[in-house]
Design a protein around this ligand. Sequence first.
Ligand code: OGA
Ligand code: NI
Length: 355
Amino acid sequence: MDCLQEWPEPVVHVQALSDSALTTIPDLYIKPPSERPSSDKGVATPHIPVIDLGGLAEGAAECRATICAVADACCSWGFFQVVNHGVSPDLVRKVREVWRDFFRLPMAEKQAYANNPRTYEGYGSRVGVEKGAILDWGDYFYLHLLPESIKNQDKWPALPSSCRQTVQEYGDEMVKLCGTLMKVLSISLGLDVDQLQAAFGGDDVGACLRVNYYPRCPQPELTLGLSPHSDPGGLTALLADDCVKGLQVRRGDDWVTVQPVAGAFIVNIGDQIQILSNAKYKSVEHRVTVNAAQERLSLAFFYNPRSDWPIAPVGQLVTPQRPPLYQATTFDEYRMHVRKNGPTGKTQVESLKAI
Ligand code: OGA
Ligand code: NI
């Protein structure tokens, strides 16, 4: 598609702005007042559920309890944290370290991986090609891990020297973890254990990593690191910064700040599971705030359906009382919207309603 050939304006990396020690942020990053992060109300906020996946390897009762906890979390939050997930803490430490080191490289080194709006692969800052859009205060590196046919390690950072191998090992572990979560979600929806995976198109799933880097911001009350959006894909497992908070999840009219549990992944339902589950589970909007004192790094791992596979509500979840809410679409078609328009809350999945 022509409009996705190039960025509409030269890309400015937020890190370069932040490093130039500005005391005010450029107008391009200033959100309208209604979209700015509200200051903390000072009231105790609820927390997204924390689920111990260790229960899956124990007896039938523990396994059942874990599946019920996932079902509750998906219905009430669309988000939960998982602990005892089996991904090695050493690997988690290493992957954070390689990405911190990557973002510390000189700009020219990183620019060698500059991305374009056709595939988004590489080092970038904006999402969406709308000219004159208000931008988010964040840079990122985006890469494909699956399917193998589009994975291209030459597009992954060659520096630091352990980056490619560490990312591959991390990706392999995350694919395994997401495979487990898919089984749990499938059962929790009342489906057979492998049915959700089959509805994703079987083994030819997609997997991508978006490493988000949110530099320090002199006026964090005027902007966001990432605007409200639901994740377009299937399932997201986020490795949040181990020190700095920033992710907020929508709950009614409020934004709840997630308190990451040490060693946990933050899991959330994407739009494709909302569609497949006929909205039994909904993708939930989230956003990221930034702060003046500390930079923040997060790794969002996206587990997606096979990209050319039609995604529509699963037969068993369609009843006379609950007719199909969405028309079939492929993920390739679906994600064009985000690539063109950037983060737009939940407008895309809402626009897919069956007529
Ligand atoms: C994302 C995302 C949250 C974060 O990359 O889609 O929601 O905390 N990231 O960076
Ligand atoms: Ni997201």
